[in-house]
Design a protein around this ligand. Sequence first.
Ligand SMILES: Cc1cc2nc3c(=O)[nH]c(=O)nc-3n(C[C@H](O)[C@H](O)[C@H](O)COP(=O)(O)OP(=O)(O)OC[C@H]3O[C@@H](n4cnc5c(N)ncnc54)[C@H](O)[C@@H]3O)c2cc1C
Length: 318
Amino acid sequence: MSDPAAPPGPELAPVRMHVVRPDAPALGTIVENRICTASVKSAAYVRHVAIDVAGTPLEGAFRAGQSFGVIPPGTDAQGKPHKVRLYSLASPTSGEDGRGGIVATTVKRTIDEIPETGRLYVGVASNFLCDLRPGDKVPLSGPSGKRFVLPLDPGAHDYIFVATGTGIAPFRGMVTELLASGASSRILLIAGAAYASDLLYHADFQALAAKHPNFTYHTAVSRHPGPNGEAPAYVQNRLTQLADPARAILGGERGLVYLCGVAGMELGILRSLSDVLEPVALGRYLRVKPEAGPASTWDRRMIHKEIAPTRRFFMEVY
Ligand SMILES: Cc1cc2nc3c(=O)[nH]c(=O)nc-3n(C[C@H](O)[C@H](O)[C@H](O)COP(=O)(O)OP(=O)(O)OC[C@H]3O[C@@H](n4cnc5c(N)ncnc54)[C@H](O)[C@@H]3O)c2cc1C
């Protein structure tokens, strides 16, 4: 239910949804599949996978921030066909080719040791996608998601984007799109990773920041000093350290916050925003009920209840 007291959000860019359903997928063709961590020696196996969808109903169907479905071949332990998994578009709306014919995503191989048996579990869809090579076919559905997109008038806003891990995917698309449009929007991106070697598209973002004075790129490396020797930090620590530029972006009427990545990252960012922003500015992004108490006592279960993001705060966690 919408909160009548919540400040209005921007009108969002129109999207197309579910043009292709998982039970009748479109067949894309892999055109590129490469490691996209800062180092090939990274312990996180993350790949940039680009797929040609030209000539299928998915051509030109996506907006930056939306996701597509991958339907892995084969059946699960119950003998049922594998279910669709979602992957965020890492491309701008115009795709990798400028015409919406090639879409890309950023895939982390899911690999877990099962505590009860001590055996390795290899995630179905992520490893299927990461193992594909140029020329291979991949069954796709989509687009999915209508809220996690840029506003209709992107140049009318300034942006803070916060990502952990593969949550960087939609921001690769959005930042590329905003900068290519020539908009003078201020854009601040914080990318979080466990180790500097796990940072994704790191050199690309550094190159964009060097070229565009309105775009700043910051990393938060949590288990080791950062690429420039910075002390270990989570994304929320970095946001608090960036209080001045964060206030400059979010203090006025133009600010928007986008957050994407590992479920659980939200709470730290919400607390950091409450540290950084004055109550009036904070109210544009978060509706905090009195019973929520001080930010230091907030917990995850309060999100969307006592602490509710407004329509200027976009969250996608998985
Ligand atoms: C909106 C959205 C966007 C997303 N975007 C991205 C993205 O851009 N990049 C990305 O990498 N991911 C993304 N994801 C996550 C993605 O959809 C998948 O969930 C992820 O890749 C894991 O899928 P999988 O098939 O490899 O793993 P699965 O096989 O589905 O396994 C997932 C987990 O379930 C457990 N599990 C399942 N079956 C068993 C079993 N038999 N025994 C033991 N454990 C088991 C394991 O712990 C495993 O880690 C997104 C998700 C959403 C909802």
